[in-house]
Design a binder for this molecule. Structure first.
Ligand code: SF4
Ligand code: SF4
Length: 294
């Protein structure tokens, strides 16, 4: 089983539409994991049926028992995150501000505060229009710990792939280099980096590559909208050579990509010349992975 993680150092490079297109090519032989949990949007293209949903709990939240509270005010005074206030004399915790540190529970003389598991979002196991399973999640407003949710999405995807004997796990990772990205990299077989020819595109490509290197995972790169800035594209290619990152493909800027997205489709589902480009990416990828297994 191969676990491919698609990443971009920055947002807006076209990562998700490229991931969805690769998922369409893989068809029913893949489990898709949408690990961009802070801004999950692959469902717009792969149309999962939101089949099986689970609540996801992560971290803790202080809860005040009003019957036990003696209104002493200690918790409000001691909470360094200013998460407790007392409008109308009743002490309340603001769930957005509460960091779940548990200090108020310790200092409350009336033992009126308990720490409870915090509802953080929903996790779904669905079937997509490509015939594949898809594990995806939605974080609740203000919820944190998306690194944990990413780990949960990946673990579910892995268990499904093993149980259903699927050859591929295709993971849409978060932009940036933070906790959700680190979490999506663990256990990966190969990373596809998606970049664009801009100063920030190259800068963030270098940053994300520095992270991948620490995990010793092989990487390939797709330069999206490569024709918008020939000089920057050449600079990116030089970097790929130096870093020994396989240059998987150049994809031009084309209004057809936007058109496909507006229709809720991937680029290979509408009339376009790009199916061979993605098939070539797929075969380069397969070659790399087969080579690695030898
Ligand atoms: S410290 Fe406990 S008793 Fe005092 S106001 Fe807070 S919840 Fe109420
Ligand atoms: S758990 Fe920590 S952050 Fe939350 S209300 Fe209590 S002291 Fe404040």
């Amino acid at each position: 089983m191969n676990e491919i993680v698609i990443l971009s150092g920055k947002g807006g490079t076209g990562k998700t539409s490229i991931t969805a297109t690769l998922a369409m090519l893989a068809g029913s032989d893949a489990v898709i994991a949408d690990c961009d949990v802070d801004a999950a949007n692959m469902h717009l293209l792969l149309k999962p049926d939101f089949g099986k949903g689970h609540d996801f709990y992560s971290g803790e939240l202080a809860v005040i028992n009003q019957d036990q509270c003696t209104r002493c005010g200690i918790c409000e005074e001691k909470c360094r995150f200013h998460a407790i206030s007392s409008p109308g004399g009743q002490f309340q915790v603001n769930p957005i501000d509460c960091e779940g540190c548990g200090y108020c529970e310790k200092v409350c003389p009336a033992h009126a505060i308990t720490m409870q598991e915090r509802f953080s979002g929903n996790l779904y196991i669905s079937q997509t229009k490509a015939g594949s399973f898809m594990v995806h999640a939605r974080l609740d407003i203000g919820a944190e710990n998306s690194g944990k949710l990413v780990a949960r999405v990946k673990n579910e995807a892995k268990s499904l792939a093993v149980a259903e004997k699927k050859q591929w796990i295709i993971v849409d990772g978060s932009p940036g280099i933070g906790c959700p990205v680190i979490s999506s990299l663990s256990g990966a077989t190969y990373v596809i980096l998606v970049t664009e020819p801009t100063m920030s595109g190259l800068h963030d490509l270098k940053r994300i590559y520095a992270v991948i290197k620490k995990f010793r995972i092989k990487a390939g790169c797709i330069i999206n909208k490569y024709d918008l800035n020939a000089n920057k594209t050449n600079e990116i290619k030089r970097f790929l050579d130096e870093a020994e990152i396989l240059h998987l493909a150049d994809i031009p800027y084309d209004i057809l990509f936007t058109q496909a997205m507006v229709e809720g489709k991937t680029i290979i589902e509408i009339q376009s010349p790009y199916k061979p480009v993605f098939q070539q990416i797929w075969s380069k990828l397969s070659e790399q992975l087969n080579h690695k297994k030898q």
